[in-house]
Design a protein around this ligand. Sequence first.
Ligand code: ADP
Ligand code: ASP
Ligand code: MG
Length: 422
Amino acid sequence: MSLIVHKYGGTSMGSTERITNVAKRVAKWARAGHQMVVVPSAMSGETNRLLALAKELAPSTQSEAYFRELDMLAATGEQASSALLAIALQAQGVESVSYAGWQVPIRTNSAYTKARIESIDDERVRADLEAGRVVIVTGFQGLDELGNITTLGRGGSDTSAVAVAAAMKADECLIFTDVDGVYTTDPRVVPDARRLHTVSFEEMLEMASMGSKVLQIRSVEFAGKYKVKLRVLSSFTPWDIDINIEAKSGTLITFEEDENMEQAIVSGIAFTRDETKVAVLGVPDKPGIAYQILGAVADANIEVDMIIQNISKGGLTDFSFTVNHADYAKTIDLLKNVVVPKLGAQEVVGDTKICKVSIVGIGMRSHVGVASTMFRVLSEEGINIQMISTSEIKTSVVIDEKYMELAVKALHKAFGLDQVQA
Ligand code: ADP
Ligand code: ASP
Ligand code: MG
């Protein structure tokens, strides 16, 4: 008997009809003799709806007390969908029980709206599994050490599922979603995108961190750390599809580079509009400015991505970096009110109309000139590059957001990702 974790995303849980479909699929797996833990997301649109209500009441609040309530609020979405799924399973004649994160408990730190899972107590869940029940555990949420409800950041149910699979040493974690696997790029934007049968863990990590929202980055990190067998597959196949076919469908995240792996130089293109650019202009160029600026930002729990410091002119320099959209207002406030007065800088400017486009592939390690091909393709399209960052297996650029789709389509074609690989 194996222990399997299924995760169903918001679209897959989007109506009572779809929840019934999920219940039938889970019942099929349970009846095939597997112990089943299921992690659902909130019904599609629900998290957005709840967060929009809060914004209506307090359009510009940024306090800790406010973020605490956001988590209290947003966590209800998954509580509702989990109970509904348990009810749907019971209606299929399958014994089932649902637990909110705090009941398991899934323990996290206290970083509201982007908490990190620290530990999971599997005793209660295991006892139910032993008693023959399907256990539903809410995605996206946990409990901090003071007993406050926390959430794990948007798309966080993926991370809940993989973390539960890791804690319970599950045989496999299946991420059911509204596409049938991981594609060379978002198939909604590039219709010619191809599904990858396998993708290496490293590439998936880069793609997720560069914005492919098919898997939340932390879920991939967990899978890597605890070697969780992870597969992304469709929840829109007929629920009664042969379980052996289903078990091999979609995209497998692999940890070894086997000979069957698609050996493209570039395996995928990720992009995101979630980033914004901020710049501190006219900073007196002295040792320690990067630390003073970024230290203050890190202390405020804001993650920084790309960083550029210009060469100084007349003893002054400009320092730019990107942060997530959600942290933009907070970052600008912090720079204006704390950092600028301390450093004697001239001005803070921001730009929310940017995007980041990244090419990812382990083949880039052994091939030179991949980044320059990217820059050539963008220049041929007349797209100006504002920032560049590279790692061994990826190159990212920041460009004006209005060119995002054009850039992604041109790069997808230029790297031959629309061609079926041998
Ligand atoms: P869920 O609600 O199931 O968690 P998400 O909307 O979070 O689903 O993620 C699935 C979506 O990710 C797809 O509908 C697709 O538009 C998008 N996506 C982005 N990049 C990729 C990619 N490389 N491969 C597949 N899907 C991708
Ligand atoms: N419901 C949460 C969100 O919309 C978590 C998730 O769907 O994974 O971000
Ligand atoms: Mg998701």
